[in-house]
Design a binder for this molecule. Structure first.
Ligand SMILES: Nc1nc2c(ncn2[C@@H]2O[C@H](COP(=O)(O)OP(=O)(O)OP(=O)(O)O)[C@@H](O)[C@H]2O)c(=O)[nH]1
Ligand SMILES: [Mg+2]
Length: 331
């Protein structure tokens, strides 16, 4: 695991060797705003999965962001009780700055756990920032965890959480406002993102809707249901309530995750999505590999170009163009 995490020697070889053994684990991304209860929910999911006889690998991506200082320690302590269980493997990854680094190491680690034979791999990451959201693409199924009364609904649109959600959990359902968060989510799904953003702008809150708007929403919802019933192709993210601290609603969430996985593996739309994600992954990896190759191949030419720009003999844009041309023309 450390080889993958820290990219030690033999890293690429190891990943190549294990690839044939991958593809069996069900990979679930768990994301949502800081403090929504992702770790507590992950812990409850582990317990349920273990009770069902499944082995579980967990990758907790700890953002070293101001949003959740101390997350590493907190998560470790919370999940610590599984430490003695052989069927559970928990690993924290720190956020990295370098290009594609975080999502790539997370993805590679998923592959290792997959090859190691874990039935389910859970990847917990805060749904704030591009890097973190990108990690959810590693997963077959993404669970977005919301909590009532945190302005989560509006935040979700901003952070692009809505787009990556396959299943929603409105956690902390023991708190006031859970039903209204569920309704907001239902609206979002029914109307699509753009409409809701303007609804928020115009009214401050989407639940205070006028009669005409309510009628329109109802119609949209009906169309949505008809559509999904007729084609059976489109996945409509279910919204489930949970109280992670009391382990309520966990079985329902697992059932929804399984249903999505089944859809993914049996429908044409699901197959398309899987292939599109592999394409994205390969493009990302290619980008990174090409950068390394270009920097290595061009060698001194980059320093020479920098020198020329420093002396103002050339502008940096033309200098870069020249370097690209040179890289392409190399034998
Ligand atoms: N009332 C209530 N509190 C909860 C529930 N689930 C989690 N909490 C509490 O909410 C706080 C945050 O929970 P975490 O599981 O650490 O949340 P998180 O989303 O993993 O947080 P970060 O990893 O820091 O982003 C903790 O104090 C939990 O005990 C719930 O269902 N109800
Ligand atoms: Mg956490």
């Amino acid at each position: 695991m450390r080889i993958v995490d820290d990219r030690l020697d033999g890293y690429a070889t190891l990943l190549k060797e294990i690839f044939p053994k991958t593809g069996r684990a069900f990979v679930v991304g768990i994301t949502g705003n800081p403090g929504a209860g992702k770790s507590t929910l992950t812990d409850a999911l582990i317990e349920h999965l273990r009770a069902a006889g499944k082995t579980v690998g967990v990758i907790a991506v700890d953002p070293t962001s101001p949003y959740s200082g101390g997350a590493i320690l907190g998560d470790r302590i919370r999940m610590q009780r599984h430490a003695a269980d052989e069927g559970v493997f928990i690993r924290s990854v720190a956020t990295r700055g370098h290009l594609g680094g975080l999502s790539r190491s997370a993805r590679d680690m998923v592959r290792v756990l997959d090859a190691a034979g874990f039935d389910v791999v859970l990847v917990e990451t805060v749904g704030v920032g591009q890097d973190e959201l990108e990690i959810t693409r590693t997963a077959h199924t993404t669970l977005v965890v919301m909590a009532p009364g945190m302005g989560d609904d509006v935040q979700a649109i901003k952070a692009g959480l809505l787009e990556c959600a396959d299943v929603f959990a409105v956690n902390k359902a023991d708190r006031e406002g859970a039903d209204s968060t569920v309704r907001d989510l239902e609206l979002m799904i029914a109307l699509g993102k753009d409409t809701l953003v303007s609804a928020h702008k115009n009214r401050g809150h989407a639940t205070n809707l006028g009669d005409t708007e309510a009628a329109r929403i109802e119609k949209a919802e009906q169309t949505r249901l008809e559509k999904s019933a007729s084609t059976k192709e489109k996945w409509v993210p279910p919204i489930l309530k949970s109280v992670a601290t009391k382990k309520t609603g966990i079985a329902e969430i697992l059932a929804a995750l399984d249903a999505h996985h089944a859809w993914l593996t049996t429908s044409e739309a699901g197959a398309k999505r899987r292939e599109a994600r592999l394409g994205e992954e390969m493009r990302d990896a290619l980008r990174e590999a090409l950068i390394d190759a270009a920097v290595a191949d061009l060698g001194h030419a980059v320093d020479d170009a920098a020198h020329a720009v420093a002396e103002r003999r050339i502008d940096p844009y033309s200098a870069i163009e020249n370097l690209v041309t040179r890289f392409r023309a190399r034998p």
